[in-house]
Design a protein around this ligand. Structure first.
Ligand code: CMP
Length: 139
């Protein structure tokens, strides 16, 4: 089925001007960028986005990092987009990420891992709605 997924290009990647190289990986994989904006999150906004991780030991560090520089939030659309995006990103920890994936090529650590992608249809819907209105999604 054609799906949409929420993607975030994280501060470590925007700081290193990797937005274009990362977008090329998405587009080469057949993912269409149907919405995109560069924004500066506050720590509180990052915390709300990552609320499911509130009890994790890395939560505070994660929120600080996500608010440390601009991020690019985007909606990717395509056949099986959620799984396809996760394939293109590679494993959360770059040490475990397959060759050619975004995290293998660009990520600096498990925390500063260049990209986020929704993990399931339900979370994709919630995460897309957190950043975009229907009017901003241009398939
Ligand atoms: P992401 O897919 O954005 O979802 C939650 C994030 O938490 C994850 O990517 C990592 O960047 C981050 N994370 C996971 N494990 C750790 C960790 N051990 N230390 C710091 N950050 C982590």
């Amino acid at each position: 089925a054609v799906e949409r997924t929420l993607s975030i290009i994280k501060p470590d990647a925007t700081n290193r001007n990797l937005t274009g190289k990362i977008n090329a990986k998405f587009e080469d994989a057949g993912l269409r960028i149907v919405a995109q904006k560069r924004i500066q999150l506050t720590k509180a906004q990052a915390g709300e986005f990552y609320a499911v991780h509130k009890e994790r030991p890395f939560y505070d560090e994660l929120c600080e990092f996500m608010a440390s520089a601009p991020v690019v939030v985007q909606v990717l659309e395509g056949e099986g987009a959620i799984a396809k995006n996760r394939d293109v990103m590679g494993a959360t920890n770059p040490a475990d990420a397959a060759a050619g994936t975004i995290r293998a090529e660009f990520a600096e650590s498990v925390g500063e891992n260049s990209v986020h992608g929704s993990d399931a249809p339900e979370t994709a819907a919630v995460e897309i709605a957190y950043f975009f209105s229907g009017l901003e999604l241009v398939g």
